[in-house]
Design a protein. Sequence first.
Length: 323
Amino acid sequence: MEKEKKIVSILVPAYNEQEVLNLLYDRLKTIMDNLSSYDFEILFVNDGSKDDTLSVMDKLHKKDLRVNYLNLSRNYGKETAMIAGLDYIKGDCVVILDADLQDPPELIPEMIKFWEDGYDDVYAKRRSRKGESFLKKLTSKIFYKTLQSVTNIEIQKDTGDFRLLDRRCIEALKSIRESQRYTKGLFSWIGYNKKEILFDRDARAAGQTKWNYGKLINLSIDGLTSFTTAPLRWSAIMGILVSLAGFIYMLVIIFKTIFYGIDVPGYSSTMVVILFLGGIQLIFLGVIGEYLGRTFYETKGRPLYFVERYNDQKETNEHLNNK
Ligand code: UDP
Ligand code: MG
């Protein structure tokens, strides 16, 4: 009897990607057709696109039965689109791929090879980044350095979400239902056997990047606060140092008052102390607020996303009520 073929799922989150989906499909098709020892599934997740992405997906689905698509009820962001996709894929492994062809699908056969060798997470590391500004490269470098220095888990540098994951990694990720997800960190956090392969990241094939600095800053703060409470520790240490300094200064003032009489101290030094301490207090209130905010979101325990439909089937989301 012929051995059953393993299924390789390809997960593509897409937001306003009507220009590139057909290109992407063509490149994927060549690869799928060449690897006849596997069955393939492409799952497009439409993350509430405002253009014709959905109808492009629908056409591809009608043309090729290996293509499925999931339509989310609105735009949730890439992190959520990915977990939605993971919930729906059928494969023994998954390759997560950006829609814009910045992650070359030609790497998939190599990833599969390492997967067959027993690796659970084959991630693609960028050797170069074309089409990204100097500032973006610099800021991303600084962010990774900071994140690495405050967390115990190893964060992979210059690595995106482009990777192959074994079924057990998929199940691990699915079991983590936090609402403000920082998936790059979760990949490291779940562990398992990791293998790095290098590639040159191309510039976007068409369309616009969805990231701006505002979103990147938010993602960085999510990354920091979801993996470490180090900022809270820094606040506490800073507080101790400042009050220690304050205490010593108090002794000096008492000493001076007793032995040299009351002297009216300078206006500027008083102002400096007030402004400095006031500033620090506000920053640390902000830090505490960040963590409190995260707790607030997580305790609500809302579903991570709602699905409008899966292929041509309307999703009722009933399953969410009978857990
Ligand atoms: N994306 C998404 N939802 C969003 C924003 C982006 O699903 O709200 C998808 C997007 O379609 C692409 C991937 O996430 O497939 C990466 O986005 P982009 O190329 O804009 O990011 P960059 O490569 O510039 O970091
Ligand atoms: Mg991109």
